[in-house]
Design a protein around this ligand. Structure first.
Ligand SMILES: Cc1cc2nc3c(=O)[nH]c(=O)nc-3n(C[C@H](O)[C@H](O)[C@H](O)COP(=O)(O)OP(=O)(O)OC[C@H]3O[C@@H](n4cnc5c(N)ncnc54)[C@H](O)[C@@H]3O)c2cc1C
Length: 510
């Protein structure tokens, strides 16, 4: 194959619609590999590693069935060098060529690695991954010279650029760009959500492979119901549009112990692995609204589309605009160690127990659990953003650094000092109680602010604002909190700070 080319396909590049696969070419070999470099860069949830391996294996099989040549290196393959470079060099030698190509990668550490590989190994070239709706540098260009990157501005630009939810005059459908105000309902009492669509398969062989190989993973391996093939991803999208989308909008911020996925799509893994293209998902939702606006209200369609056309592309733009410094930011100087129960769910705080418990069980939590339950606790308690990042990067099925880090370090922990969010998402027990049923059955009392029974979030909320006053007070969106604080008597303030100190002292046994 001396005139040929080895083309690398990484585990999150499973895009069957990529132009690489439009034609068969016997001179091309697709190289895929399961390597310790990727299983070990952080401690992952076992379902996350299993999902990537199963998806990669299914992708390789499907391409072979179409007649493409695929060289697949399994984790326990005797010839596996366990690094990208080692396996690439071996493949080039085996197929007698110097030419190789890879798709643009999405994480800084891999980007650096590939830059170096292109210089050192044979004749390497980089091609587009043909997945995202923006180029890496688009966001930085749009906001050039601006101090802040406003997501709403970016999102409107994207709606116009891609012609999404626009009327014939190019104006936003319904007259408004954003229907967020209609999307904040609490969970209706006693309402049981439909069961998520799950796919049964025997995951034991892959789990045993990981165990045999000594890959250290966390969480429950089963039940494993994730979509990993193109057909399953399409079925998950169809199920979402038919069954869940109508209520997605109103209930997207709600929380309950009645289910673990509620009306969320669970499409993040198949999109992040590039099995589904974001525009397929956006168009399916837009069409469902156009076909039957009575069934799919505009606030549901717009709210969902904003997450993908807006937030998903926006955080990726922030990542590429601000890496590698972004990974070091700690604007609030948060230094506390993460309590051990983040890894077990063994806490008396019902909201944390449920959110962490389902995370360990399913490698999944919906956005509000990530932001307003675990993220909020970490923010208020001042946990070190490095540890918080490592937790989020490890535990979730969809966690890849380009999307995990701006969400965690930025939106949730405010460690970027306000690049992603204009103010910290900090909340007391009041918010958690308002959005659903987490507080019923909790060992702590949501309404109490001091005393041993008081919900830790209440005193931590004030302690967080008191200790970060110099940085946060000038922010006009937070000023009100300080006016309320200053209205409290000195005794009340001292009691709140004393309770917070006690909570932080006992953080391991909350
Ligand atoms: C602290 C924290 C960490 C997060 N880490 C990740 C992560 O590692 N990987 C990841 O894909 N998402 C992450 N998110 C965003 C969001 O929580 C998940 O995308 C979502 O919960 C995935 O579930 P779903 O597919 O059911 O989403 P749905 O609620 O059905 O939303 C649909 C899609 O919109 C996109 N989306 C929604 N919110 C965001 C967002 N804030 N940023 C980017 N895309 C978004 C996702 O692709 C998602 O699949 C994080 C959020 C927070 C607050």
């Amino acid at each position: 194959m001396s005139g040929g080319e080895v083309r690398l396909v990484m585990g999150d590049q499973l895009n069957a619609q990529h132009s690489w696969f439009a034609e068969r070419d016997d001179e091309v070999v697709y190289l895929m590999m399961e390597v310790r470099q990727e299983t070990d860069y952080v401690r992952h949830h076992v379902q996350k590693v299993v999902a990537f391996f199963l998806a990669m294996r299914a992708f390789a099989e499907a391409r072979r069935a179409e007649g493409h040549r695929v060289h697949y290196v399994a984790l326990d393959d005797g010839e596996n060098a366990q690094t990208i470079e080692g396996n690439l060099r071996a493949a080039l030698a085996r197929y007698g060529t110097q030419r190789w190509a890879h798709q643009q990668v999405d994480e800084w550490r891999l980007d650096e690695q590939f830059r170096s590989l292109r210089e050192r190994v044979g004749e390497g070239r980089e091609v587009d991954s043909e997945h995202f709706l923006t180029a890496r540098g688009d966001l930085a260009q749009l906001f050039e010279g601006k101090k802040t990157y406003l997501m709403e501005r970016f999102y409107r630009e994207m709606r116009k650029r891609h012609g999404v939810l626009l009327d014939a005059a190019g104006e936003p459908e319904g007259g408004k760009w954003n229907y967020d105000a209609d999307n904040r309902s609490k969970w209706p009492k006693g309402h049981v959500p439909p069961a998520p669509l799950e796919f049964e398969r025997d995951v034991r062989p892959v789990v045993e492979l990981l165990e045999r190989s000594g890959v250290e993973a966390l969480g429950a391996a089963e039940p494993f119901g994730w979509a990993v093939t193109r057909e399953e991803a399409e079925a998950t999208l169809a199920h979402f549009v038919a069954e869940l989308l109508p209520r997605f909008g109103a209930l997207q911020d709600a929380m309950t112990t009645q289910g673990w996925a509620l009306y969320h799509s669970r499409l993040s893994f198949v999109m992040n692995a590039k099995i589904l293209h974001p525009m397929e998902v956006i168009r399916a939702v837009e069409e469902a609204w156009r076909a039957d606006p009575e069934r799919v209200p505009l606030n549901a369609a717009e709210g969902f589309i904003r997450q993908i056309l807006g937030w998903r592309e926006y955080v990726r733009g922030i990542y590429w605009a601000r890496m590698p410094e972004y990974a070091e930011l700690n604007a609030l100087g948060a230094e506390r160690a993460m309590p051990a129960w983040f890894w077990t769910g063994n806490t008396r705080m019902a909201c944390m127990r449920h959110a962490i418990g389902q995370t360990l069980q399913h490698s999944y939590a919906h956005h509000i659990q990530r932001l307003m339950v675990t993220g909020n606790f970490a923010l208020l308690a001042g946990l070190h953003p490095d540890e918080v990042d490592a937790w989020y990067l490890g535990v979730y099925i969809d966690a890849l650094e380009w999307v995990e880090m701006p969400n965690t370090r930025g939106m949730s922990q405010f460690a970027d000092g306000g690049i992603v969010g204009t103010k910290p998402y900090a909340a007391s027990a009041n918010y958690i109680q308002k959005q659903g049923d987490y507080c019923s059955g909790c060992a702590y009392k949501a309404k109490e602010r001091v005393g041993p029974q008081s919900c830790p979030l209440n005193s931590l909320y004030w302690d967080f604002h008191a200790r970060n006053r110099p940085l946060l007070e000038p922010n006009p969106r937070i000023g009100m909190v300080y006016r309320n604080w200053d209205r409290k008597s000195t005794e009340e303030q001292q009691a709140l700070l004393a309770r917070a100190a006690e909570v932080l002292d006992q953080i391991e046994s909350l």
